[in-house]
Design a binder for this molecule. Structure first.
Ligand code: ADP
Length: 445
């Protein structure tokens, strides 16, 4: 096990990783921007080190500063959390050359699977079903139109190096392709510094269902069941649950098997997630792999009792996976609501301000992952996630009632939040009946 690691992230995930380190007896150094000097992870860390000004390009994305911070504080590894540098092959490579462990897969896997077109190719080779589309970046709008003609509209034009729904456009016909292709290109260039796009058949009314896997470097791979993430706005998840109301035992085994074979095929090691779209006939298609800890990991922890954050660190340190597939049991139901500083009344416009009052909700079955405290000042540079409220129940019904109760109880004043939207969703008939799909939220809005 590592003696000391650097956490190169902020907010709730820095805190989550810090807590995992504490329980593993690993010393943790939190790397922070000037803006985050007074943050909770910094206050609770064993040590902390400033890596630059508030702007993410100068701090949380500043590779030289982060690597130097790890070296001067005598860390053995860097934990990138999610977002920022978490799937960046160059950081992983630089870590290797300085004798630091990057807590994530090796650079070659990050490079290959980070190209979503290449990932589709590799997973198809591994026997996973993928939607019709391109397995290499498309060269031009002309080629995109030819592909769309071959697979049939509607299609999605997606950023090869995309994430967070950026650089993605739904295209219904040739005229739209001419207009939207350059927009997706610019958006991708701005967000990811690379403008390559690929084309994929669009599946309407599908569900987003993902499988969490754990893998060690000796080739042992298991899965921890699914997460239902169909409730999304602009391709961004807002509420997740497990198990999925739409997944039978048979489908769970099939999805789990697909994810495990996918991971084996690329000799993946660490924690990872295989994302699938599932249609109304329970046919599923691989869309992408996330090679990091995910925002929604706690719901899986709640139903399986497996601490994913701790396993990620253990696996990176070379510990063998001490769990077999038969050891994994799903108990009860868990739901997560992402409470963002956004105004649902004004098209989810991000809100900025100071948290005046904050009292987290609690009681049976409730877990809150948050870096907030009264007086906390939101910064315009960072994302709007304030708190993740996670509710566990013996049944889906109980988990929903508990979430409803917990959201009522939560005291969070000073900025507009998405809580009222979650409260409405929890009472929505389609949600209550488990009839969700990726288009539900948009149609509801
Ligand atoms: P990102 O990496 O930007 O999050 P993903 O490929 O994971 O992009 O897709 C994000 C979301 O976009 C999915 O959860 C789904 O709702 C939607 N989506 C992606 N691909 C398709 C598709 N082929 N058909 C329909 N919806 C899709």
């Amino acid at each position: 096990m590592f003696r000391k690691i650097l956490i190169a992230n902020r907010g709730e995930i820095a805190l989550r990783i810090l807590r995992a380190c504490r329980e593993l007896g690993v010393r943790a150094v939190v790397a922070y921007s000037e803006r985050d000097r007074d943050s909770l992870p910094v206050r609770l860390a064993d040590e902390s080190i400033c890596i630059g000004p508030a702007a993410i390009s100068q701090s949380y994305l500043n590779i030289p500063n982060i690597v130097s911070a790890a070296l001067v504080t005598d860390c053995e590894a860097i934990h990138p959390g999610y977002g920022f540098l978490s799937e960046n092959p160059y950081v992983a490579e630089i870590c290797d050359s300085y004798g630091l462990t990057f807590i994530g897969p090796p650079p070659a896997i990050l490079e290959e699977m980070g190209s979503k077109a290449r990932a589709r190719y590799l997973m198809r080779q591994a026997g996973l079903p993928v939607l019709p589309g391109s397995e290499e970046p498309v060269a031009s709008v002309v080629e995109a139109r030819e592909l769309a003609a071959a697979i049939g509209y509607p299609v999605l034009v997606k950023a090869v190096n995309g994430g967070g729904g950026k650089g993605m456009r739904l295209v219904h016909n040739d005229a739209e392709m001419l207009r939207l292709y350059p927009l997706a290109q610019v958006e991708s260039e701005t967000a990811f510094g690379r403008s390559e796009l690929y084309v994929e058949k669009c599946l309407t009314g599908a569900r987003h269902i993902e499988i969490q896997i754990l893998a060690d470097s000796a080739g042992r791979v298991i899965h921890l069941g699914e997460r239902e993430c169909s409730l999304q706005r602009r391709h961004q998840k807002i509420l997740e649950e497990t198990p999925s109301p739409a997944v039978s035992e048979t489908l769970r085994n099939e999805l789990g098997q697909a994810a495990v074979s996918g991971a084996r095929a690329i000799q993946y090691a660490g924690v990872g997630t295989f994302e699938f779209l599932v249609d109304s006939d329970a046919r599923f298609y691989f869309i992408e792999m996330n090679m990091r800890i995910q925002v929604e990991h706690p719901i899986t922890e709640m139903v399986t009792g497996v601490d994913i954050a701790k396993w990620q660190i253990r696996l990176a340190s070379g510990e063998p996976l001490g769990l077999a597939q038969e050891d994994v049991r799903m108990n009860g139901h868990a739901i997560e609501c992402r409470i963002n500083a956004e105004d649902p009344e004004r098209a989810f416009l991000p809100d900025i301000g100071t948290i005046r009052e904050y009292v987290p909700c609690g009681g049976p079955g409730i877990r809150v992952e948050s870096h907030l405290y009264p007086g906390y000042q939101l910064a315009p540079e960072y994302d709007s996630l304030l708190a993740k409220v996670i509710a566990w129940g013996g049944t889906r019904h109980e988990a929903i009632l508990r979430m409803d109760r917990a959201l009522d109880e939560l005291v969070l004043n000073g900025v507009k939040t998405t809580r009222p939207f979650h409260q409405r969703l929890l009472k929505d008939a389609a949600f209550l009946n488990g009839r969700t799909n990726i288009n539900l939220v948009e149609s509801y809005l």
